[in-house]
Design a protein around this ligand. Structure first.
Ligand code: ATP
Ligand code: MG
Length: 337
């Protein structure tokens, strides 16, 4: 049997998971979990959620279970994947602190994803220090579990680059070979950064998402209000498909691309109304979301069992973390007795 590679990834408990997560990361994780080629760990990054939500602990507390339910609903199986909670592993904070000494502030300032997020969150001059350094804490998450493959969306590329740099530096400075450089696994082109209802990256924190748990009504209301083409006033007017969110989503979610091409041609020519088009998108998305919604409701009926699953996963993950931490401390010469 070939050796299984460690897979590590995660999500912040800042809200429920959305269809961007589904195509950008979750689908891939389920396939990789079921391939038998990996030892998968999935972390609910509550400590990272505090870096920009420190004053809203209730949101983080409540989202923990919601994210866990979303995982179970899409088919992440705790028998095959260790699902754990970041704050239950104090060794992660310890390694973050050691890593912080191996990176400069100037280097952290160059991270394009963090730059964008600082703008989006409107921090201005008051960037929380913890938020600014979160790529270092993320590097510690991957390093401590010796993550080799990391399936994530496109916004995570700079984090992986930072992680590889820190791991190389650590191994060089302490003259060891214990930490492994991770490889990112990104979704197919066009699916790694799904736009939200307003056109910018779909995000739990931006209120622009279609959630996996949205009811049929919620789904329809969101699709109904979607941005199409302002020049397409009457049904017979020729319409534009570029920048038209309904077509953007059809391109991503409809497995029948011939049908999408047909609709595009009809729309461009004139004669296809926005409502009819939106109803079609609703059918496509609802077909994908209905089984997820149904499974979610089944798991949600026993929240105690979900919490227990998280506690077990975290206890198991902690053992792995402690073993690596022991090696790290030894390498640094601080395992004194
Ligand atoms: P937040 O607004 O709190 O940052 P988020 O929606 O960005 O939430 P994260 O928990 O930060 O979600 O990201 C979890 C994973 O999902 C990451 O791998 C990220 O790349 C991926 N992801 C997030 N948003 C999208 C998206 N719109 N399209 C594709 N992948 C995404
Ligand atoms: Mg994010």
């Amino acid at each position: 049997m070939t050796e299984q590679k460690v897979l590590l990834t995660g999500d912040r408990p800042t809200g429920k998971l959305h269809i961007g997560h589904y195509v950008g990361s979750l689908k891939n994780r389920v396939a990789m979990q079921n391939s038998g080629e990996y030892t998968p760990y999935i972390m609910i990054a509550d400590k990272q959620a505090f870096t920009d939500n420190a004053r809203d602990p209730e949101k983080i507390h409540n989202s923990l279970l919601e994210v866990a339910l979303d995982y179970l609903a899409v088919g992440i199986d705790p028998k095959k994947t260790t699902i754990f909670v970041q704050s239950a592993i104090p060794e992660l904070s310890e390694l973050t602190e050691y890593f912080l000494n191996l990176v400069s502030i100037a280097r952290l300032q160059r991270n394009p994803t963090v730059k964008t997020e600082i703008q989006q969150k409107g921090f201005g001059e008051s960037i929380p220090a913890g938020f600014f350094i979160y790529p270092v804490s993320q590097a510690a998450d991957i390093a401590l579990f010796k993550g080799e493959v990391v399936p994530v969306g496109d916004d995570q590329e700079p984090m992986l680059e930072q992680t590889r740099e820190l791991i190389r530096t650590f191994n060089r400075v302490y003259d060891v070979d214990i930490l492994k450089e991770p490889q990112g696994i990104f979704p197919p082109k066009g699916q790694g950064r799904i736009p939200g209802l307003d056109g910018v990256k779909m995000s739990k924190s931006l209120g622009n998402a279609i959630y996996l748990s949205d009811s049929k009504d919620e789904l329809w209301n969101k699709i109904k209000s979607m941005y199409t083409d302002p020049t397409h006033v009457k049904v017979d007017d020729p319409g534009h498909v570029e920048g038209n969110m309904v077509f953007t989503y059809l391109d991503i979610f409809d497995s029948d691309q011939n049908k999408v091409d047909e609709l595009k041609a009809q729309y461009q020519h004139g004669g296809l109304g926005d409502m009819k088009l939106k109803k079609y998108l609703f059918e496509v998305l609802d077909a994908e979301l209905t089984p997820i919604r149904d499974r979610r409701a089944e798991f949600a009926a026993d929240r105690g069992a979900v919490l227990e699953m998280l506690a077990e996963g975290s206890a198991h993950a902690r053992k792995t973390a402690q073993a690596t931490m022991h090696e790290i401390r030894e390498a640094m010469g601080i395992e004194y007795w």
